[in-house]
Ligand binder design. Structure first.
Ligand code: SF4
Ligand code: SF4
Length: 348
């Protein structure tokens, strides 16, 4: 890893240079929340001034720029006795500016499933390869628990990563392209003073987390508490709306549907994200539903996040952003559900 510093003015200039030839997406203010705080989403911007890099969080994650809610996998048309299929991958370059560490960590988890495992997705890979990622450190939000899951810092998965040192950014460079791109503006070598200030900022961030989840023995706890009444208690509140999976940066389950024209001459194969909390998620041919109850589906989502993914990849799927907790109209959120389970374990 290489490190440099860049003044904020020069970083702005860098973004303006990137904007000249690329789509730039970053945290943009979209309104004000119930608590009076600004709401942000990762959206395309036309100028640097539209970016608010000192944002708390976004309602939706950046997943949508790699795994859109709905996308055409292929279109096809029948031509006499033959047929023609067209498959398009997104190859236009895009820069994502201002991702937090947990959202970059979420991409690293998606990479494991969608870019490396037995069935890598060329749609995902083409987007990932053509996206320039600039991360940024931030003070933790009130209710995020990424530190408990080790996602409050990242050491790879980005091109550049910024830490705010007041009048300048401390920049970690993790790719050749990041290095070359940064050379478009003046930078400085890191001094002893920069290093000290960087470490002080990191220490301040690490000490500011308010929400903590005891996650060390979660897979084991989940095994033991498979039949806990805690699942019914929280599951009975669930509306099975699927919002939690839609906003989650690591939920990747999807369904594929065929849309055929009325004259049967053309059609499209469409992938659409799905949620394991939706009532028909585990329904199979013949109408049998393996998870017919709300609590069995809610439980399944927690088991995938904190048990099944750990078994496969040695790490939880959840990065602790708590977007699901904020989006849930029923007030279901991981810190409380997990605390409830832990409580059930100690007070039989
Ligand atoms: S947990 Fe909340 S957001 Fe998720 S499906 Fe249930 S009600 Fe919807
Ligand atoms: S499960 Fe919830 S807290 Fe965990 S990564 Fe998904 S949205 Fe964030």
């Amino acid at each position: 890893m290489l490190f440099k510093t860049v003044t904020k003015d020069n970083f702005q200039r860098l973004v303006e240079i990137i904007l000249e030839a690329n789509e730039v997406v970053g945290p943009k203010r979209v309104g004000v929340g119930k608590n009076g705080k600004p709401l942000h989403q990762y959206l395309p911007v036309q100028s640097f001034d539209e970016l608010e890099l000192d944002y708390d969080t976004t309602q939706y994650s950046a997943k949508t720029y790699f795994l859109p809610f709905r996308e055409n996998l292929s279109t096809y048309r029948f031509d006499e006795a033959d047929w023609v299929q067209e498959i398009r991958y997104r190859v236009q370059p895009r820069a994502l500016i201002g991702l937090h560490a947990c959202d970059i960590d979420a991409l690293l988890k998606l990479d494991k499933v969608l870019a490396r495992d037995g069935f890598p997705s060329p749609y995902y890979i083409s987007r990932r390869k053509n996206t320039f990622i600039v991360g940024i450190d931030h003070m933790p939000c009130e209710d995020c628990f990424c530190q408990s899951l080790g996602s409050d810092t990242v050491s790879h998965g980005f091109d550049l990563f910024l830490t705010d040192l007041g009048d300048r950014y401390f920049v970690a460079i993790d790719s050749d392209f990041g290095f070359i791109t940064l050379q478009r503006v003046p930078t400085a070598d890191v001094t002893e003073q920069d290093r000290l200030e960087y470490r002080a900022v990191r220490k301040r961030i690490a000490g500011a987390f308010k929400t903590k989840v005891s996650a060390d023995s979660l897979p084991n706890l989940l095994d033991i508490e498979f039949d806990s009444p805690v699942w019914k208690k929280w599951g009975d509140k669930c509306f099975s709306c699927g919002s939690c999976a839609m906003v989650c940066p690591t939920c990747y389950c999807y369904g594929v549907a065929e849309r055929v024209s009325m004259d049967f001459k053309q059609g499209a194969k469409i992938r659409q994200l799905y949620s394991c909390n939706l009532s028909d998620f585990a329904m199979v041919a013949g109408g049998h539903n393996f998870r017919p109850t709300r609590h069995s589906r809610l439980k399944y989502r927690y088991y995938h996040q904190h048990r099944g993914f750990v078994e496969t990849y040695d790490e939880p799927k959840c990065v602790g952003c708590n977007r699901c907790g904020r989006a849930c109209l029923a007030g279901i959120n991981p810190p409380e559900v997990i605390a409830d389970l832990q409580q059930a374990e100690v007070s039989p």
